[in-house]
Structure formats: C-alpha cells, structure tokens
Design a protein around this ligand. Structure first.
Ligand code: NDP
Length: 433
C-alpha cells in the first residue's frame, strides 16, 4: 500500500484477486517461496510522459500520457489506451493488472499492459483529436512494437483514434508494421469482428452462464449501461440471442424503451453524430430519457454494466435483485464495487467478472495480430465462430476451476485462480524475471 500510495483503483483490483487465490496459494507452496504474488503485483515497466498539443484556436495544452507494461510472461504486453479526464496512474495500473489475467484466460499468447492520457475528447474537433493522437504517439512509439507491446482502444479511443495513432507511428518509424496496434480499420490491417468483439463476447459469456442454470436469453429483459463500443455491440448480440434490451445510458442519464432499444439508432447517434444518448428519446416514440438517473432502477433479469469502473454500487445491486435480476455480465472493467459483488454473491446471482466476460475484445485483438503476422484476412463468419468458441471455453474454464477449488458457481474465484495460475506457472519456468 505504501509503495502505491493513493492508487485506490489499483488497490481494489489487487485486493479482489488476492482474496480469491488463497486456495491456489495453499495448493502451490512454490508460489510463496518464489514471491510470485509480489512479482506479479509490480509492473515490469511504467512510462509517464508529456503530451503537448495545440487546439483549433492556437492555444497550447499539456496532458499526461501513460503506458504500463505490466507483465510479459505469456507474450507481448497487450491492452488498450484510454483517453478520459479521470485517467491517472492508479487507473492505468488497475486496468493493466486486470489485463494480465484476462489475457491469460483467453489462452492466447499475450501479456498484460494498458495506457492512456488524462485528455478529454468530448467537444474536441476531428483535427484536435488528430493532433492529440499524433503528439501522444510521438512519445509512445519508442515503447511499442509488434513483438514488444501492442496497444488497442478503450474509453475514448475507437477506430478514428487508432487510425491517427497508426498514421503517426508509420510516419515516424517508416515501418508499415500493422501488428503494432489492434482495432484498426479493415483498410490497413484491421480484423473483422474486432469492433463488435467485446460486446458480442460479453453476451456469449452471459448466455453460457444462463445455460449452466438451464436458462437462456429468450424472453429476458436486459439492462446495459453505457452506449459506447462495448454497450452497443453487447446490445446487438443480446437481441440476436433472443433477449430484449430495454435501457442503456451515458454519463448524462439513461434511456428506457419498452419495445427494445433500437441499436441502429444508438449507432447513428453515438458513432456517427457523436451526440448524447438523450437524442435517442427525441427521435424514438414511446421511449424516455431520465436525466442523471441510475439505469439499474429499470427492472430486468440480466444486467450488463458496460460503461466504467465502480458504476454499480451495493444499493444498485440490491435494487436489481429486488427486481428479479438473475445474471450479471461485466462488459466494462470493474464496474461493480466489491460491496455490490458481495450482494450478488449472497443472493446467488450468476456474476461474470470483467476479466472473463469482456475478454472477447482482447481475444479478437490477438486474432488480429495473428492475421497481421501471416498477412491473411479472415471472414466475419470465421472470426465470429472463433470468438464464440473462445468465450465458451473461457466460461467453461472459469466454471471448472471454481469447482476444482471448492467454490462452485463462483466465476470471480474461477477467473482469478485460472488466470493467476497460468501466469504464475509460466513465471516459474522463466526463472527470476
Ligand atoms: P467508449 O468510450 O466507447 O464508451 C464508454 C461509455 O461509458 C460511454 O457511453 C460513456 O458515456 C460511458 N462512461 C464513461 N465514463 C463514464 C463515467 N465516468 N460515468 C458514466 N458513464 C461513463 O468505451 P468502451 O465501450 O470501449 O469501454 C467501456 C468499458 O469497457 C470500459 O470499462 C473499458 O475498459 C471496457 N472494455 C473495453 C474494451 C473494448 O474493446 N473497447 C475491451 C474490454 C473492456 P459518455 O460518453 O457520456 O462519457
């Protein structure tokens, strides 16, 4: 705690993992002997850098950029970049730490990393976004590479930003190294399904949790928070799987639509017009916008928090349960507070933690890396079949690990133990690294 003073979110993420892995530490005394926990909790490397840029009026701004290269036991560091004013070292480290185990769970050869900047993209013109991305990459390029560290998107970083980042990387390195970033447009090395992957994957994970209880999405009402990349494609897949999403949100409030959220309209508003979600209610008869309301007050049987960390409290969890919620899949990273998770656990709600439920995004990024390395392009159908199979395997691995370690049905413990032991065993094989 002393060494990572003030990094609240990082402490929260570490605590959640440490609380679950007791049975693994008991079974493997060699982990303690070789100080595996201490080694995994310390990033291999972390860079912090200045990002100066000029706005459209010629005013100069200075932001702070970060990249944490947390763990490369299983492969090159891999994890997204977040542009949001709340970004600081504690957020980047919590995300990087989670990423280690998430990536291990996919079974693909990727280590854990994360990065970003305390830059607020809201209200910025396209040219300003481009200049910011170029300045950010002017420093970041020294630290990344297809065999070293491969960033992707996260909050505030989508296809447009990845394009500007790749353009600058290419320009200053003189290398058309497509494998250095994932989430690229199809025209310069991107992969089919990457845009959809995190949301689709989360819906597949929830489908598996429901199936394990003899249930399905058919006829279920679903509430999703956020209306960004993860939320949008989570909603799309839920509808394809037979559920009905009745509410989604952004940081201004939520929209309720009893006929089912029109995902095409959400895409138009958020992806094309870059508008607020309230615009949905203006255009869709029968729907309503609730300003600053908590989306969790809308009755549902399945909840998929897909906006940001700590957005679902113990009180929200109690409301969801009182309204009949039976399954929760975390599309975002750490959206439920520890107290909320405890409430779900005590009520017997199936709870899929982010590091398992949202791993479809990074898994598909690893497929994008595979395609870049072999200069191949896979079809949408082939890639989606791989994603579906990966999410099913991932669910089954968490489920089986929880059983093996005596906590059946506890996906938090299953995910943490399965992810941790993969990294720990490999670390032992690699010596004192
Ligand atoms: P986007 O930027 O596309 O969307 C984020 C959404 O969450 C927006 O609707 C945004 O609303 C809302 N949001 C963000 N911050 C807050 C806040 N402080 N309070 C309320 N709402 C907020 O990001 P993504 O969809 O990519 O990411 C969402 C979550 O999923 C994050 O936790 C991310 O780490 C996680 N994730 C993303 C992956 C990916 O592939 N993109 C992969 C795995 C996890 P507003 O526009 O009003 O800010």
């Amino acid at each position: 705690v002393r060494r990572n003073r003030g990094e609240t979110e990082f402490h929260q993420a570490v605590q959640e993992v440490l609380e679950s892995i007791g049975p693994a530490l008991d079974k493997h005394p060699e982990y303690a002997e070789h100080k595996i926990v201490e080694r995994i909790c310390e990033p291999e490397r972390m860079v912090t850098f200045r990002v100066p840029w000029e706005d459209d009026r010629g005013e100069v701004h200075v932001n702070r950029g970060f990249r944490v290269e947390f763990n490369s036991a299983l492969g090159p560091y891999k994890g997204g970049l977040r542009f949001h004013p709340s970004v600081y070292q504690g957020i980047v480290k919590f995300l990087g730490f989670e990423q280690i185990f998430k990536n291990a769970l996919t079974g693909l050869p990727i280590g854990g990393g994360k990065g970003g900047a305390d830059f607020d993209p809201k209200g910025r013109s396209d040219r300003e976004i481009m200049r910011f991305c170029q300045s950010f990459m002017t420093e970041l390029h020294r630290h990344i590479g297809e065999h070293t560290d491969v960033p992707a998107g996260d909050i505030g970083v989508g296809g447009r930003e990845i394009g500007y980042l790749f353009g600058q990387y290419k320009r200053i390195t003189n290398r058309y190294e497509t494998g250095v970033l994932t989430g690229k447009h199809l025209s310069f090395g991107g992969a089919e399904v990457r845009t959809e992957a995190t949301g689709y994957g989360c819906a597949y994970f929830v489908r598996e949790m429901l199936a394990a209880r003899g249930e399905s999405f058919e006829g279920k009402q679903v509430v999703v928070s956020g209306s960004g990349n993860v939320a949008t494609y989570g909603m799309e897949k839920v509808h394809q799987l037979g559920g009905t999403v009745v509410a989604c949100s952004d940081s201004t409030g939520y929209v309720y639509d009893e006929n089912g959220i029109d995902v095409g309209l959400v895409k138009q508003i958020k992806e094309v017009e870059r508008e607020r979600i309230s615009a949905y209610a203006d255009r869709r008869p029968g729907s309503k916008f609730v300003e600053r309301g908590a989306v969790w007050e809308v009755p549902c049987q399945v909840a998929m928090p897909s906006a940001t960390q700590n957005e679902l409290t113990a009180e929200d969890a109690a409301t969801l349960i009182a309204n009949g919620c039976m399954a929760v899949g975390e599309g975002a990273n750490m959206p439920a507070t520890p107290e909320a998770i405890q409430v779900f656990r005590e009520a017997g709600v199936a709870f899929g933690p982010g590091k398992a439920a949202n791993a479809g995004g990074v898994a598909t990024s690893a497929l994008e890396m595979q395609q870049n390395a072999s200069r191949e392009t896979w079809s949408f159908e082939r890639t989606e079949r791989r994603l579906e199979a990966i999410m099913k395997d991932l669910h089954d691995r968490c489920y089986a690990t929880a059983e093996e370690y005596g906590v059946p049905g506890d996906y938090v413990a299953g995910a943490n133990i399965a992810g941790f032991t993969s990294v720990a065993d490999t670390t032992l094989r690699l010596g004192l690294i």
